[in-house]
Design a protein around this ligand. Structure first.
Ligand SMILES: C[S@@+](CC[C@H](N)C(=O)[O-])C[C@H]1O[C@@H](n2cnc3c(N)ncnc32)[C@H](O)[C@@H]1O
Length: 343
């Protein structure tokens, strides 16, 4: 991204529309330049959230089912989500881009063709059937009028794989929690949950909580003057990338739900003080806050102090005091808090 080439008339207008967060009746992309401006700025920032989800899927050793090689990017915009997923999973051989803006469809298709010339690309001018497909949805829910949102959910219930990323707001995260609840009979959850029990944050008493995470931005955000100036001018905090997500795979008919995994997923950001850190975690149907004392777990405390987002989950191997003894780090390492080095 080159700060000097940014067009702030376009970027301010687009950002204003996104911040409204309301259903849109008319496409707001006025031409290719709008999409090019978005793609290298706000779109790239969304790409970092997709990087976080993809990293988690890889860490969980998840791949698309062998007989699914077609991807649909629904509400594609500039196509950043579809491209991130194509880059991550080379078994995908074709892509349909769909948006109610023909400018978006054309831009997303051209970008994907340039990056993945071996992929067959379909430009859809009407909502495609999602039956048996792998679908990506990104930052689209807020913009859909109710009848279209209902139709989309009905279509999604026939999909094979759903990968969905939205901003980490209370309303959108809880929407994804509700979709999970509705689909759990027919789908296995791949991320962010480690279980198929009812989402504990939907239980009474948790109305003010929401299942969200923070994506780490790439290091260049702090060193590249273009990004530093962009963040200042746009008024966005590039260090804070809250997102909510849902990755689900249709369960073969008659199959049992996958068993819960033996670890808990962290939620939000760890609270890290001078001598103590608290992680909020979700596991088989319950939410807990887990404390780590610096004295007992110096390495883990130091890791969290450096980066409160470093921990993806906890493996509970209770010792005689019932304490968790292993942290799963986002960079695919695991760490014994009592030892002095990652394992
Ligand atoms: C905030 S943008 C996100 C674009 C892209 N998915 C991303 O993550 O960068 C929302 C997109 O949804 C599209 N959209 C809004 N309403 C739509 C509808 N009813 N049908 C299809 N696409 C729609 C918009 O045109 C826009 O491209």
């Amino acid at each position: 991204m080159n700060f000097e080439s940014l067009n702030w008339n376009i970027l301010d207008r687009l950002r204003g529309t996104f911040l409204e967060g309301k259903p849109v009746r008319r496409a707001y992309w006025n031409g290719t330049e709008d999409l090019a401006q978005y793609d290298q700025t706000f779109g790239e920032r969304i790409g970092w959230k997709w990087d976080a989800l993809v990293r988690e899927l890889k860490l969980r050793r998840w791949n698309p089912p062998a007989d699914v090689d077609h991807l649909i990017d629904w509400g594609c915009g500039s196509g950043v989500a579809g491209r991130r997923v194509l880059a991550a999973f080379p078994s995908l051989r074709s892509l349909t881009v769909f948006d109610h803006s023909p400018h978006a469809v054309g831009f997303a298709a051209a970008q994907a063709a340039a990056r993945f010339p071996w992929i067959r690309i379909v430009q859809a001018s009407a909502a495609p059937s999602l039956k048996d497909s792998m679908v990506v949805l990104s930052h689209v829910w807020n913009e859909l009028p109710l009848p279209i949102a209902h139709e989309l959910l009905a279509q999604l219930s026939n999909a094979r794989v759903i990968l969905w990323v939205e901003p980490g707001t209370h309303a959108l995260a809880r929407k994804l929690q509700a979709v999970r609840e509705e689909f759990i009979e027919r789908f296995d959850v791949v991320a962010p949950c480690t279980h198929h029990a009812r989402c504990p944050l939907l239980a009474s008493g948790h109305d003010r909580d929401w299942c969200h995470h923070f994506a780490p931005p790439p290091a260049l955000v702090f060193t590249d003057g273009n990004w530093v100036r962009f963040a200042r001018r746009a008024g966005v905090d590039l260090r804070s990338l809250p997102y909510s997500c849902l990755a689900m795979v249709a369960r073969p008919s008659g199959a049992c739900p996958a068993p819960p995994l033996p670890w808990s997923r962290t939620l939000g950001r760890a609270d890290v003080g001078k001598t103590h850190a608290t992680l909020h975690v979700c596991s088989n149907g319950c939410i807990r806050s887990v404390g780590l004392e610096k004295r007992a777990a110096p390495q883990a405390h130091a890791t969290l102090k450096r980066d409160p987002l470093a921990v993806l989950g906890l493996i509970h191997e209770p010792d005689e005091f019932g304490a968790p003894v292993r942290l799963i780090l986002h960079d695919a390492k695991s760490m014994n808090p009592q030892s002095s080095a990652p394992g």
